[in-house]
Design a protein around this ligand. Structure first.
Ligand code: ADP
Ligand code: 5GP
Length: 195
């Protein structure tokens, strides 16, 4: 797998779901925890989901050069803390960033050897169904995210690979193939998906 992989895709396409499954199956991968000025959603925890910062603190960190990349998305700031990424790369860990389009473009400039993937929905209607079905965003946030989705989907030609997240398991398998991840077989007689 590439040392640095970037996963981008419109809000609600299933990036978080795919990444969670990938990390469970491939614990060698290190996922960068971003900083954001967005308010935590129910169930999100500081330092695991995000580092939740005030706008003032975020901007202070931008000035100090603390972010590898950062961007405004749907009215909030998001950024990848530089130090942790550099440390994990130095340790030889495969590093994964799950970020939006502007950030992916910045990383493409600073890490041209990184692998950049775009995840697409099977249709725009399905994307809207998923983002609404998730139930985490108010109407104004949903509108902004869907508007931005059109821009992100139009940028597919910039990416090294594009995957459609229609069937989740099929998409995850394709992701594993494309990232050259070997899937460990479950132990004989061990737990399986059955039951
Ligand atoms: P993102 O991180 O890209 O914003 P999420 O991972 O939060 O998206 O997924 C958005 C919603 O879509 C969640 O409710 C999730 O369970 C659902 N979802 C993800 N992948 C699929 C899929 N392949 N088919 C149907 N629903 C999906
Ligand atoms: P959400 O608010 O749904 O968690 O994330 C909104 C968008 O911000 C998603 O597209 C997500 O990939 C992106 N994002 C999360 N962290 C970062 C980051 O550190 N930098 C950038 N540029 N985008 C991020």
């Amino acid at each position: 797998m590439a040392r640095l992989t970037v996963i981008t895709g419109p809000s609600g396409v299933g990036k978080g779901t795919l990444v969670r499954q990938l990390l469970e199956r491939h614990p060698e991968i290190w996922l960068s925890v971003s900083a954001t000025t967005r308010a935590p959603r129910t169930g999100e925890t500081e330092g695991e989901s995000y580092f939740f910062l005030s706008r003032e603190d975020f901007e202070q960190r931008v000035r100090a050069g603390g972010f590898l990349e950062w961007a405004e998305f749907a009215g909030n700031l998001y950024g990848t803390p530089r130090r942790a990424v550099e440390d994990h790369l130095a340790q030889g860990r495969p590093v994964l960033l799950e970020i939006e389009l502007e950030g992916a473009r910045q990383v493409r400039r600073s890490f041209p050897a990184g692998f950049q993937l775009l995840i697409k929905p099977p249709s725009f209607e399905e994307l809207e169904r998923r983002i609404r079905g998730r139930g985490t965003d108010d109407e104004a946030a949903i509108e902004k995210r869907l508007e931005r989705a059109r821009v992100e989907l139009a940028a597919e030609g910039e990416f090294d690979a594009v995957l459609v997240n229609d069937d989740l398991d099929a998409c995850r398998s394709a992701l594993e193939r494309i990232m050259h991840l070997t899937t460990k077989k479950p132990p004989i007689g061990g737990a399986s998906a059955a039951g």
